[in-house]
Design a protein around this ligand. Structure first.
Ligand SMILES: [Zn+2]
Length: 294
C-alpha cells in the first residue's frame, strides 16, 4: 500500500513525508546537487519502484531503515495450505456511500481520495476509509504467483491503527466472453491524470460496482479473506498495519491495464518503468489467517 499518514491532501509537508526524508535531509540533498556537501551525496531525494535502479525497492533501506530491517513487512506470498483456518466467520461490514470520483496522480500511485464519510467495521471497531489506490503487478502473491493489479483500500481507526483491505485484479481480453466488464476501473484509468500532483474530478463513484463482496442494500460485506499483520508497502514501510486480502478476484480489461502502466512509466524518475509494486517480504514468525470459503 502507499499511504502517508496523515496526509489526506497534497501539501508540502506531505511531499516531504512521501519522499521518506526529513526537511533537513531534503535541504541537504538540495545542497548536494550544488556540490556543497559531498558527504551527503548518497542520500536519495526520491525513491521509485524500479528494481534495478539506485532508489528502487531493494535499496529503500537508505530512505527508511524499517524497509530493510523490519520483521513484519508487506507484501507477502500467501500460501493457502500454510494459513491458519478460522472456525468462526468474521465478516467485515463495508459502509462506502457513493461519492464524487476524484482521481489523483501522486507520482507513485494512482489514488482516489475518499472525502465522503465511509468506514469498514472490523471486529466491532469502525475504521474510516481514507483513500484507495492501485499497484501493478499485484503486491501480494498467491502461491508464489502475482496477479496483474492490486487495489488497496486504506482505513484508519480513531486510535490511529491502519487497516488495508486489498483486492487482486486479473487482466482479461474484452473479446473473451469470460471477461467481465469493469466500468468503474475503466473510468478511473481512462481519466487518471498523466502528471504528478494533478487531480481530475469526474462523475459519481460507487465502489460496490467493482468490489467482489456480498452486497447488502447500499453496503457490502467482505467474508472471504486472508489476514495478517504487516506494513506500508512503500517508504517509510511503517509496521503495525492490519492486512485483509480478499480471496475473490476482480477482472479488468487489458486495455485499461495498459493505460495504467503507461501512466506509471511517466511518473517522475520512473523513466518508462511501468510497474509500481514491491516484491514479497519474509513472513518470519507471522501467522496468516484464513476466513470464509476458498
Ligand atoms: Zn498500496
Amino acid at each position: 500500500m502507499s499511504f502517508m499518514n496523515p496526509c489526506l491532501k497534497f501539501t508540502v509537508a506531505c511531499a516531504l513525508v512521501a519522499s521518506g526524508l526529513s526537511g533537513a535531509e531534503r535541504r541537504a540533498g538540495w545542497r548536494m546537487e550544488r556540490g556543497e556537501n559531498r558527504e551527503l551525496f548518497a542520500i536519495p531525494r526520491t525513491w521509485n519502484h524500479d528494481f534495478d535502479g539506485p532508489t528502487g525497492p531493494y535499496r529503500w533501506g537508505i530512505v527508511s531503515a524499517t524497509c530493510e530491517q523490519g520483521k513484519s513487512q508487506s507484501p507477502i506470498d500467501i500460501v493457502p495450505s500454510q494459513t491458519v483456518g478460522s472456525a468462526s466467520a468474521a465478516p467485515i461490514v463495508l459502509n462506502y456511500p457513493k461519492t464524487g470520483l476524484v482521481v489523483e496522480n501522486t507520482g507513485h500511485v494512482i489514488e482516489v481520495p475518499y472525502e465522503t464519510s465511509a468506514f469498514a467495521m472490523i471486529e466491532g471497531t469502525p475504521y474510516d476509509l481514507l483513500q484507495f489506490h492501485f499497484h501493478t503487478r499485484s503486491e501480494h502473491a498467491l502461491n508464489g504467483a502475482l496477479y496483474d493489479l492490486e487495489v488497496h483500500f486504506v482505513h484508519r481507526a480513531a486510535s490511529g491503527q491502519l487497516a488495508v483491505l486489498g483486492y487482486w485484479v486479473k487482466g482479461c481480453n474484452q473479446l473473451d466472453t469470460t471477461c467481465k466488464p469493469n466500468l468503474v476501473l475503466d473510468e478511473i484509468f481512462a481519466n487518471a491524470p498523466e502528471t504528478k500532483g494533478e487531480k481530475d474530478t469526474h462523475k459519481e463513484l460507487n465502489p460496490f460496482e467493482f468490489l467482489p463482496v456480498r452486497r447488502t442494500g447500499t453496503g457490502g460485506v467482505l467474508e472471504n479473506y486472508y489476514s495478517y499483520e504487516g506494513s506500508l508497502t512503500t517508504p517509510p514501510c511503517s509496521e503495525g498495519v492490519r492486512w485483509f486480502m480478499s480471496k475473490d478476484v476482480i477482472t479488468v480489461a487489458n486495455e485499461s491495464l495498459k493505460k495504467f502502466r503507461s501512466i506509471i512509466g511517466n511518473f517522475p524518475t520512473y523513466k518508462n518503468f511501468q510497474f509500481n509494486y514491491r516484491t514479497s517480504q519474509p513472513l518470519n514468525s507471522r501467522e496468516v489467517r484464513s476466513f470464509g470459503s476458498n
